[in-house]
Design a protein around this ligand. Sequence first.
Ligand code: MN
Length: 201
Amino acid sequence: MSFELPKLPYEYAALEPHIDARTMEIHHSKHHQAYVTNLNNAIAGTDAEKLSIEEICKNISKYPMPVRNNGGGHFNHSLFWNIMAPSTGGEPEGELLTAINTAFVSFADFKAQFAAAAATRFGSGWAWLLVKDGKLAITSTANQDNPLMDIAEVKGTPIMAIDVWEHAYYLHYQNRRPDYVAAFWNVINWKEVARRYKAAL
Ligand code: MN
């Protein structure tokens, strides 16, 4: 069994003007595809072929670096595509909003802390909203690491993420990462984040 590039749940242009179609097309069909191909090559003929990507991530310290980089790349991007949707522009509701207010005081404070995590991650990486010991937390990781990994500084179940590699925004935003992060709030699929929050509890 080998991993496959998941279909995007919307068209490449669906997140315009916040994330442009060309960036989405290259990001999904080239970058994510490369992580999938390289992951399959890295685990070919090993027991990891029988495992889910989550199971691989949770024991990532047992694997060589190409599995960490490409397995993380596959998990992270699969989550990223699904927690976005065409111009939702909305805000979290219900239990997720209550949990955000409990953990970060208010939705505005949460946005500020999440944006700061995305802005201050030096070089390539990700910022995360995760469930850790039943509570929400924010962290960031380098490269394609994620909070599922046993090597992560802050471990838990990720329920939302932003990719801050330059390939995620450079065509449209160039060096203006904060502008990309600000635009990201318009395309978050809060229903999917809430579903992942409930599942993580
Ligand atoms: Mn990426």
